[in-house]
Design a protein around this ligand. Structure first.
Ligand SMILES: NC(=O)c1ccc[n+]([C@@H]2O[C@H](COP(=O)([O-])OP(=O)(O)OC[C@H]3O[C@@H](n4cnc5c(N)ncnc54)[C@H](OP(=O)(O)O)[C@@H]3O)[C@@H](O)[C@H]2O)c1
Length: 271
């Protein structure tokens, strides 16, 4: 069964594996929307029900709302504000609140754009009961010092950061600071935007990970991240329902120890 973890000290529990929507849900047309619905069907069936989106992702916010439909209440939506413009920020929030039944579960400042003002708006939405947890994201490690300052200041309850078996800078400072300050961590780009899964190690190379329930390379990579228990949730994106099922299966214990994590890093380095 999918493990659920606290999102820091926010009081909200999240599934260990959720799903991103960047590119994959930015679609129009009956066939593509049906495919998104099929991906969501698998996510719901597996309990991988935290869905990350943003106004930066074209039609993804709307398509997510449409394909969740009446299942909205059984999922957590992690959305974002992404603008330097105050009036546009209000419009983004009103649109999102309209799509998601009047509240956003995790509301983040996308790429730290206009961070102080956007956080002020998010605090207001939280006070009004329209956002539950507020946070900030950035996809570049060069933004880690800024995220670290926010974590230490208590201004955010959650951060979304890149972290995977190739990109491990978060281990140096950010993950422990987040844990120390009760800040939840959602991990973006867990498969390196697809790059880490382009070539998979042989079945023989993966065999030592089988006792941990790992059947595929993608599962090994996701389990590598989740075995760091300072991480609350990983959000791989996929256009394929069967891969959603495969990714969700990585959200159950047992977790890797240091030996297995080092082994996965070595497989990445040798790939
Ligand atoms: N805040 C930010 O600045 C920011 C930036 C980037 C991303 N994000 C969030 O993080 C989410 C995840 O990151 P991401 O989409 O960049 O990259 P990712 O999840 O690391 O990789 C997605 C790619 O991996 C492939 N994939 C997924 N599952 C697979 C599997 N089991 N086997 C083989 N290939 C698989 C997908 O292709 P198929 O479709 O063919 O399966 C897709 O091309 C985004 O969707 C978004 O919600 C946030």
């Amino acid at each position: 069964m999918m493990e659920r973890r606290p999102l820091g000290a926010s009081g909200v529990d999240v599934p260990a594996v959720g799903m991103g929507t960047w590119r994959t849900f930015d679609v129009r047309g009956v066939r593509d929307v049906a495919r998104c619905r099929a991906v969501l069907d698998e996510a719901y069936a597996a309990g991988a029900t935290l869905f990350d989106t943003s106004p930066m992702y074209g039609d993804a916010e709307r398509v997510l709302a449409e394909t969740m439909g009446e299942r909205r209440g059984d999922a957590l939506v992690a959305d974002k504000l992404w603008t330097t413009d105050d009036a546009e920020a209000e419009r983004q929030a009103e649109r999102a609140l309209g799509w998601y039944g009047g509240h956003v579960d995790v509301y983040q400042v996308h790429n730290l754009v206009g961070a102080p003002k956007r956080l002020a708006l998010l605090r207001r939405l939280r006070d009004e009961g329209r956002a539950r947890v507020i946070g900030a994201t950035h996809y570049q490690t060069s933004a880690f010092p800024e995220l670290l300052a926010l974590v230490r200041s208590g201004a955010v309850q959650q951060i979304q950061i890149p972290y995977n078996a190739r990109e491990r800078l978060a281990e140096r400072e950010l993950l422990s600071a987040a844990a120390d300050h009760g800040v939840g961590v959602i991990v973006m780009q867990p498969l390196g935007v697809g790059e880490l899964v382009r070539r998979a190690p042989s079945g023989e190379a993966l065999a030592p990970l089988a006792p941990f329930g790992v059947r595929t390379w993608a599962q090994a990579l996701l389990k590598f991240i989740l075995s760091d228990e300072r991480v609350s949730c990983v959000i791989p994106a996929t256009t394929r329902p069967e891969r959603m099922r495969e990714n969700a299966a990585a959200g159950t214990p047992p977790w890797f120890g240091e030996e297995e994590r080092t082994y996965v890093v070595r497989l990445v380095e040798n790939g």
